[in-house]
Design a protein around this ligand. Structure first.
Ligand SMILES: Cc1cc2nc3c(=O)[nH]c(=O)nc-3n(C[C@H](O)[C@H](O)[C@H](O)COP(=O)(O)OP(=O)(O)OC[C@H]3O[C@@H](n4cnc5c(N)ncnc54)[C@H](O)[C@@H]3O)c2cc1C
Length: 498
């Protein structure tokens, strides 16, 4: 008889794990509290505009394609990938704009336009970080770190020393690059996993490097097309997805997880996989102290969490061709303003990420206009200094709109807003149960990485598993897809030895 798996949460991690398990012959039911699946990868459809709710930067397309080959399907039957060029347009508050292309001759010309010294520094930086990336990918990102043997064997320790040098991301970048804008451009991208470039480990410099080397991609119809493709496959394989059903508790009996209690009834299973945010789940879904093991309330409160994000979605009456698909805007006093998100403050002159999918995909804005996501890293809800009410949202929106007007060609943006909404850390918490309203779960600091990150398998019962941003290897869609591979391997291993 097929083993029944219940998956709590239909985020990328839950959906991808469901699919892998279905293709290995398990019976899978997913319970999702929201009416739409996808978790933080979601969408808003209104007034002729379609917005990706949050995630928009598609790095490492092979991780997205891999799940199709895992289940013997051709990704091209489900998705259309489009390469983006330039990968970024960099705007500054002084009115300048620089394009970063993937082709070497355009890139070299751009960098030499800054200075020959920085051009050389940039290529040396790329080369050194690329080496780290290859090591990280081989020894850490694609491998489980659940047991001491996985993490603390001689080879892994040797390789870890090559990857983790002591300086923070900004200091590391500064060793290669003199130009402030170029430094800030690279440092800004290291923040994508919700950690400060002035504090976080320099391994996250691999984000701008991987983007530069492998390019950035777009899926026709926006990031949610990937979620639609996953759900289509899940149904094709006979999986069940129940939306609008909140899991209230993971149930245990002696040394087993036996199912879940939902808002509607009790459901039995042979295996439970929890994709709800790890810390939220330990606090709220695992009720008995014994099964929490070390992740009791005290431990959860001592752990380090990523920052959150304030997002504005704008539907515009006209097109703004000065914007590329991915844009970074550098505000004044970069360091002070970036650090505010990690010190419980709101920035006065924010640096921003601006996403304009309608630049290459007219299906995102049906009328003659553009749709934009503007994202700003802000403190998570553990900082009590910021009160996330309507007044704060209005204030922050005004600050952001004023900065946007520094971009040449966007001076009249405010007059052309047809649709506007914002998404705050409170929304993140209430919609998706992210602990503390964080955007990326547990911070991937050195002390919360690899073996020191929560493990895929519960230490108390051998049939409860976890998957998602707060697990190894960390946040971001491609890494969460890796975590779905690794957790599936753990589950299959358990079943072989049982
Ligand atoms: C603002 C923002 C921007 C981002 N930008 C990018 C980007 O550009 N590129 C990129 O690669 N990544 C990006 N990310 C990160 C990426 O979106 C996440 O790392 C990834 O989607 C997380 O997936 P997950 O599987 O951990 O689940 P989540 O998305 O956290 O989903 C968990 C699911 O569980 C459900 N759930 C929770 N509790 C319960 C319960 N009790 N019962 C039932 N269901 C429950 C939730 O509703 C949710 O659907 C971004 C994230 C944010 C927030």
């Amino acid at each position: 008889m097929k083993k029944k798996v219940i998956i709590v949460g239909a985020g990328v991690g839950g959906l991808a794990t469901a699919l892998r398990l279905l293709s290995n012959g398990y019976e899978v039911e997913i319970y999702e509290k929201e009416e739409t699946i996808g978790g933080t990868v979601n969408f808003i459809q209104t007034e002729g505009f379609r917005f990706d709710l949050s995630a928009s930067i598609l790095m490492m397309p092979n991780s997205y394609k891999e799940i199709f080959s895992y289940v013997n399907k051709n990704y091209a039957d489900y998705l259309e990938f489009i390469e983006i060029d330039p990968i970024y347009r960099l705007f500054s508050s002084d009115g300048t704009a620089i394009d970063f292309n993937t082709d070497m001759s355009s890139l070299t010309k751009t960098l030499e336009g800054i200075s020959k010294e920085d051009s050389l520094g940039y290529f040396k930086f790329i080369s050194d970080v690329y080496e780290k990336y290859l090591i990280a990918n081989k020894y850490f990102l694609q491998k489980s770190q659940d047991t001491p043997k996985d993490s603390f064997n001689l080879k892994s320790i040797q390789e870890a020393f090559k990857v983790h040098t002591l300086s923070n991301a900004y200091e590391y970048i500064s060793k290669y690059i003199k130009d402030e804008k170029l430094r800030n451009f690279l440092a800004f991208q290291c923040m994508y996993i919700g950690i400060s470039p002035f504090n976080g480990p320099n391994i996250y410099t691999l984000i701008p490097v991987v983007s530069q080397l492998y390019g950035l991609w777009y899926i026709k119809g926006g990031m949610y097309s990937f979620i639609n493709a996953l759900s289509k496959l899940i149904y094709e394989f006979g999986g069940i997805i129940k939306t609008g059903v909140t899991v209230e508790e993971i149930l245990f009996l002696k040394d087993k997880a036996i199912g879940v209690k939902t808002s509607q009834k009790t459901e039995k299973a042979d295996l439970v996989v929890c994709n709800a945010d790890f810390s939220y789940a330990m606090k709220n879904l695992v009720k008995d102290e014994y099964y929490k093991d070390k992740y009791n309330d005290k431990k959860l409160s001592e752990m380090k969490y990523s920052c959150s994000t304030f997002i504005i979605h704008l539907g515009l009456r006209k097109e703004y061709p000065k914007l590329a698909v991915h844009n970074i805007y550098l505000g004044k006093n970069f360091k002070e303003n970036i650090e505010s998100a990690f010190k419980g403050m709101l920035p006065n002159n924010p640096s921003l990420y601006i996403y304009c999918p309608s630049r290459i995909d007219k299906s995102m804005a049906k009328m003659k206009g553009d749709c934009l996501n503007i994202m700003l890293r802000v403190p998570n809800l553990f900082f009590k200094e910021v009160k996330w009410d309507k007044q704060t949202s209005k204030l922050l929106t005004n600050i952001i709109l004023n900065e946007l007007k520094n971009i040449k060609g966007l001076e009249d943006i405010e007059e052309n807003i047809q649709y506007e909404d914002c998404f705050t850390p409170l929304d993140m918490e209430s919609k998706f149960n992210t602990y503390g309203g964080t955007s990326f779960g547990l911070s991937p600091t050195l002390k919360q990485m690899n073996y020191f990150r929560p493990h895929f398998k519960s230490s108390k019962v051998n049939n409860l598993f976890f998957v998602g941003s707060s697990l190894h290897p960390g946040p971001g869609i491609s890494l969460v897809l890796n975590s779905s591979t690794l957790v599936t391997e753990e589950i299959l291993k358990m079943d072989i030895y049982e």
